[in-house]
Unconditional design. Structure first.
Length: 234
């Protein structure tokens, strides 16, 4: 017997546009009946292209050169791609062998866009859990990151969404996510802190409460605990 949770991109679009709290987000993401037919906010590429052209013109960028004439259309398609998650189906299986050690996917590459400047941030995620009665297909740990990254984000929220959904879906003994990312809104502009990495973590269950399990998780992920900016775990 398998348990399934389907997350629908239309629902993400809905949630990305409705100013929801984290608690609401988690609830929506984890209620299959809410994750199906939401009032989808579709992508209007021609409107996005017109807006991109206006935006560039307002910044004094002239589009009458050959290399730039298609830029508004390319901009629209590029952002549409960044905000288009594939549907995600999280299927869990019984932990028949009683596996009780950490399962960690290390250095999962991700890219997303910061919701404050709409500039990219990218890095790696380490996602893992200590199994209870059920286990999850290994590739789903990476898919979970990809799914929540496909919308304007903050690193803190992305970290929490990945850990929370893993915890809710698989009901493990513990679960955690650590993200290391470089934000171009910090490295290319503003303070221009080139090479700086932001590290965030959310730890749940035994990974939060048991110091030994926690340090094992950090050690396998290759992250020193003292480097963590620390995101509120529950
Ligand atoms: Zn930013």
């Amino acid at each position: 017997m398998t348990h399934e949770l389907t997350l629908d991109p239309a629902d993400v679009a809905h949630r990305a546009n409705a100013d929801l709290t984290l608690a609401d987000e988690a609830e929506l993401a984890l209620s299959p009946e809410l994750a199906v037919a939401k009032d989808a906010v579709g992508v209007d590429l021609p409107a996005a292209e017109r807006a991109a052209a206006q935006f560039l013109a307002a910044l004094g960028v002239r589009l009458d050169r050959e290399g730039l004439s298609e830029t508004p259309a390319r901009m629209a398609r590029a952002y549409a791609e960044l905000f288009a998650p594939e549907p995600l189906r999280l299927t869990t299986f019984p932990n028949a062998e009683g596996y009780s050690e950490l399962v960690i996917a290390r250095r999962i590459p991700f890219r997303t866009v910061c919701e404050h400047h709409l500039l990219p941030f990218s890095g790696v995620a380490h996602v893992g859990y200590l199994p209870g009665e059920r286990i999850l297909g290994l590739s789903k740990l990476a898919r979970l990151v990809e799914y929540f990254a496909a919308r304007p984000q903050t690193q803190e929220r992305l970290t929490k969404q990945v850990a929370d959904s893993l915890f809710e879906c698989v009901s493990p003994v513990g679960a955690g996510a650590i993200l290391e990312a470089e934000h171009t809104c910090m490295t290319l502009r503003g303070v221009r802190a080139v090479g700086s990495m932001t590290v965030t973590s959310t730890l749940l269950g035994s990974l939060r409460e048991d110091p030994q399990a926690r340090s094992e998780f950090f050690a396998i992920a290759g992250v020193a605990g003292r480097d963590l900016a620390g995101v509120a775990a529950r």
